[in-house]
Design a protein around this ligand. Sequence first.
Ligand SMILES: Nc1nc2c(c(=O)[nH]1)N[C@H]1C(S)=C(S)[C@@H](COP(=O)(O)O)O[C@H]1N2
Ligand SMILES: [Mo]
Length: 535
Amino acid sequence: MKALRRPGRKESMLAALAGIVSAGLVLGVAELLGSFLTARAAPLIALGSTFIDFTPAWLKDFAIATFGTNDKVALFVGMGVTIVLLAAVLGVVAYRKWVLGVAGVVLMGAVIVAAVVSRAGATLLDAVPTVVGTAVGLLALRYLIRALHQAPGRSDATQDAASTNTPATGTSRRTNTPVTGTSRRTFFAAAGITAVIAGAAAAGGRAIAGARNTVTMAREALTFPTPASAAPAIPAGVEAGVDGVVPWLTPNQDFYRIDTALSVPQVDLETWELRVHGMVEEEFTLTFQDLLDADLIERHISLTCVSNPVGGNLAGNAKWLGYPLRDLLARARPTGGADMVLSTSTDGFSASTPLPILQDDRDAILAISMNGEPLPLEHGFPVRMVVPGLYGYVSATKWVVDLEVTRFADKTAYWTDRGWSEQGPIKTMARVEVPRSFAQVPAGTSMIGGTAWAQHRGITKVEVQIDGGDWEEATLAAEASVDTWRQWSHEISVEAGSHTVRARAYDPDGVQTEERADTVPDGASGWQSVQFTAE
Ligand SMILES: Nc1nc2c(c(=O)[nH]1)N[C@H]1C(S)=C(S)[C@@H](COP(=O)(O)O)O[C@H]1N2
Ligand SMILES: [Mo]
């Protein structure tokens, strides 16, 4: 009977290396093949996406609070480390007992395949890159492990021989290997080649996927008709004029991005359709051309994420062009009892928006353009929703393909399924941007400022308090509309030393609540407090 041999440290490290380069080959081959199929076939993306879907609300909240919009980078780094560790362990296991190693690799492959095929819209074909990649990786691993077993001077073999004095038949072949060093050289050469092939396959896959990206080309070629109702001119003085306050209009490339999509969905303009159905008298389907032909409106609207902490930067303001959802619903004619519109994206995200809000006089938009450009891919190309006054998770569906008129009692949505509130009105908030936390300001008088928002209600006043003193009224910059945020500024006078500034905003219903609330389940609240020093 073959004993389960205990490899020495050096063999273990080499076996671990064999595991790691083989795993790299699995992923590289899968990436290359995946580039011929679809982006969702890429195993890492599918794994990460599945992980995100199973992420409990508190962990998502923690990730966004800790990593902000870098949460996806953090996820990839975490996944990378986990995969390297698992691959190393599997390499050692395969070295000690080959069948166990094979079982482990096959199991991992199966987990990835399960993740790939469970993605929205995936087919069995999407499993092919992972299956082929796993098979190729296993072949490489077998070759490497064999080379390692044939390598001379293995400490385990010597130990076996020394401890028992009668080497087991299973190891005798190896101890008899001539001491040439050939096999170990073979091992390193093979490991190196495997790593190079893995890297080249991954890079090639990326390049091919990029070159085949007709979506980007179609986006760049897109032009828009003049809107039936243009955005009201931005009044002079929407900027408070304080250095360091964030711009009133957020450039697209600076606009915060929050979504559950690890790879940005690639939606083909030609085949994009929006299905409108459910509790309506008329079901219909819109094409992108239908939208271009419709009476479009253009409006400035500020978005905010429910995960934005007090003082956070998950908010932005842009000019949106699109078809009023009010008009779309007027055409569909919702039937009695309907109270919600469930919007779904091509990648399976969904949001539940109160029907009355989409029908009232606010400009809820099925947007096709952002700041005069086609929607950036990350912000929902070709079509997304923008609803003044509601947090994104209940309203701002990107890559939207389906609108179902239904009832809150009958359907739930992506985040409401995960413990977030069914209703998501944006909470009134004043943000201090100057001074930043722990910044230094000149002693004496200086200007501070920031941004406040209370979408669709409007900011009526902002007050500032220094070191617990009297609340003073700040100067409000001009208001473009109640749907946009509003800058504020204030002159302060402080002596050298450390200080605290607090700010609070008012909407027509009064002052924003002082009560501190976490982002879960319906948005953070409380008055922001910023410490700074004067010199
Ligand atoms: N398809 C899709 N749409 C989505 C999301 C998502 O995860 N997937 N996230 C929503 C959330 S939580 C917010 S805050 C906004 C953010 O929009 P932005 O990334 O354009 O800023 O998009 C919303 N629309
Ligand atoms: Mo959000």
